[in-house]
Design a protein around this ligand. Structure first.
Ligand code: HEM
Length: 508
């Protein structure tokens, strides 16, 4: 009796599984998209059990070696494609309709809600327009002052470890500096993370951006229905940290809104106007102020609308930039000739006094440093993969990608493919000197993504990376100390061994 019931249940399960996957399996077979062996119900789920933030990048690279530039993967009923084929990059990034993110981005929703990164359709379009003004070069001047001030605090903090012998995990210092920059730029408040890393909002943000991306690689935590059972304490901590973050952002928004109302009442309110020649110097606007003064269809944004965007900027603006800066310091430390050339440029453009503040136009003049940053993001893209989810069959060349598939464009491996970059593993900033950026044109190099959903903060990010790196190099010589990088991915590229350098004060 029990055996019959069990057999019937098994047959039902297999039939249901066959039915839900049939169209996708057929399309993958017809298009001859290869991939690891997939079994009924579980798909490649057993293989997925061995994968995590620490080994996913290496594993994806091995599959490219085995299957070519594109392969498919099943986890239970989810179908995924990983690709470094530029035909896919071009079709997907250029599309104005395929804007929905891959399923893994769902892990961002609990704290970003429907902010710019994950939103689509009219909502995304209207908000994207608002932010275009917020990143106008005239407005960025104000942020350079914030970047410069916080770089100064960072080099002071580094002094305690700058003895020429100690291996320093730069990410720890850079990420607090980047947090101070983005909090002040986004919300107009100074949380002084570099002086007080235990500030509750900072602790909560760090915890949330670690727990949520990590879940996507852990089978037992991956599904929302299983997570409370498999890791109840972790989930409780996550919810409490999200609450701390949201409470803080809500409070800042309320206070800022009240300040704007008061300024309007006493006639001192001066909304952002790009027509003002000196807006960069005069504006003390945070991104939040720009949201507060904006309206869509004549409706001002409410606090919930604003919170999801501010939280998005906090997420996008901190870890990405910290990853870029730390990897650049690591690479520069290991290439003395590059370091020498950057330092000469710094002396020429910024002068001999390392304390002298920098301006936006000076930072823009640092062309060789810019090449070194670009080359860093080629080898170590802060966002190592970009995902989209297709609800319709998608034709790419002669291949049909079936509806309900998530497609991951793996920048990390595309940027290291010898078909796109000769001698791909060598660190050569010269690749990006004028006229040598041909690969941009065919989507081989897309650290900020491309097309309509590209990174809106890329000019901001470049200024910040230049401000932080130049300050470190004006004060210290970088030394090739510490363990090498072991890439790890939880949304953002990190390293299991730290991102290490040594530092020796320059005698200036
Ligand atoms: C080195 C630093 C950075 C890198 C490499 C980077 C990279 C990216 C990438 C690859 C995307 C597309 C993600 C996707 O489609 O899944 C993106 C989107 C975005 N980035 Fe950045 N980013 C950086 C810094 C910043 C900064 C500093 C800000 C804000 C101040 C920012 C704000 C955003 C926003 C709001 C989006 C979503 C845009 C949209 O969907 O319309 N990013 N970024």
């Amino acid at each position: 009796m029990w055996l019959t019931l069990l057999a019937a249940a098994l047959i039902l399960l297999l039939t249901w599984d066959f039915g839900r996957k049939r169209h996708r399996v057929a399309a993958f077979e017809k298009s001859q998209i290869p991939g690891p062996i997939s079994i009924p119900v579980l798909g490649c789920g057993l293989q997925a059990l061995r994968l995590g933030a620490e080994n996913i990048i290496g594993w994806v690279g091995e599959q490219f070696d085995r299957y070519g530039k594109t392969f498919r993967f099943w986890i239970l009923g989810e179908s995924l494609i990983y690709t470094k084929d530029l035909k896919y990059f071009e079709t997907i990034l250029n599309s104005t309709t395929l804007l929905e993110k891959g399923r893994l981005y769902e892990y961002l929703r609990p704290f970003l809600n429907d902010g710019l990164l994950v939103s689509t359709g009219r909502k995304w379009h209207a908000r994207r327009k608002i932010f275009t003004n917020a990143f106008h070069f005239k407005v960025l001047e104000h942020y350079v002052e914030i970047m410069d001030r916080n770089s100064g605090i960072m080099v002071e903090n580094l002094r305690e470890v700058a003895d020429g012998k100690t291996s320093v995990d730069t990410l720890k210092y850079v990420s607090l500096a980047a947090l101070d920059v983005i909090t002040e730029a986004a919300m107009g408040v100074q949380v002084n993370a570099q002086k007080d890393p235990d500030f509750p909002y900072i602790k909560a943000l760090k915890s949330v951006v670690y727990i949520q991306p990590d879940r996507m690689f852990k089978f037992s935590q991956r599904y929302d229905w299983l997570f409370p059972l498999a890791a109840p304490l972790l989930r409780r901590r996550l919810l409490s940290d999200i609450r701390v973050m949201h409470d803080f952002t809500d409070k800042v928004i309320r206070e800022r809104r009240a300040t704007v109302e008061r300024a309007k009442a006493d006639g001192t309110y001066r909304p952002l106007s790009l027509g003002d020649a000196d807006i960069g110097q005069k504006s003390q606007m945070a991104l939040l102020d720009i949201l507060l003064q904006s309206s869509i269809n004549n409706q001002p944004l409410n606090d919930a609308d604003i919170r999801e965007e501010v939280d998005t900027f906090m997420f996008e603006g901190d870890d990405t930039t910290s990853s870029g800066v730390s990897h650049a310091l690591h690479a520069i430390a290991r290439h003395p000739e590059v370091q020498q050339r950057i330092h000469e440029e710094l002396l020429q453009v910024l002068g001999k006094d390392p304390h002298a503040p920098v301006t936006q136009s000076q930072l823009q003049e640092l062309k060789y440093l810019e090449c070194a940053i670009k080359e860093t993001m080629r080898l170590y893209p802060p966002v190592p993969a970009i995902g989209r989810h297709t609800h319709k069959d998608l034709q790419i060349g002669d291949k049909t990608i079936p509806a309900n598939t998530s497609i991951y464009l793996v920048l990390y491996w595309a940027h290291r493919d010898p078909d796109y970059f000769p001698d791909p593993l060598s660190f050569k900033p010269e690749r990006f000197l004028d006229g040598q950026e041909e690969s941009h044109k065919n989507f081989a190099y897309v650290p900020f993504s491309a097309g309509p959903k590209n990174c809106i903060g890329q000019k901001f990010a470049f200024l910040e990376m230049k401000a932080l790196i130049s300050k470190v190099l004006r004060f210290y010589e970088l030394l090739p100390l510490g363990e090498e990088i072991q890439p790890m991915m939880n949304f953002i590229l990190r390293s299991t061994t730290g991102i290490n350098v040594g530092l020796r004060p320059r005698n200036s």
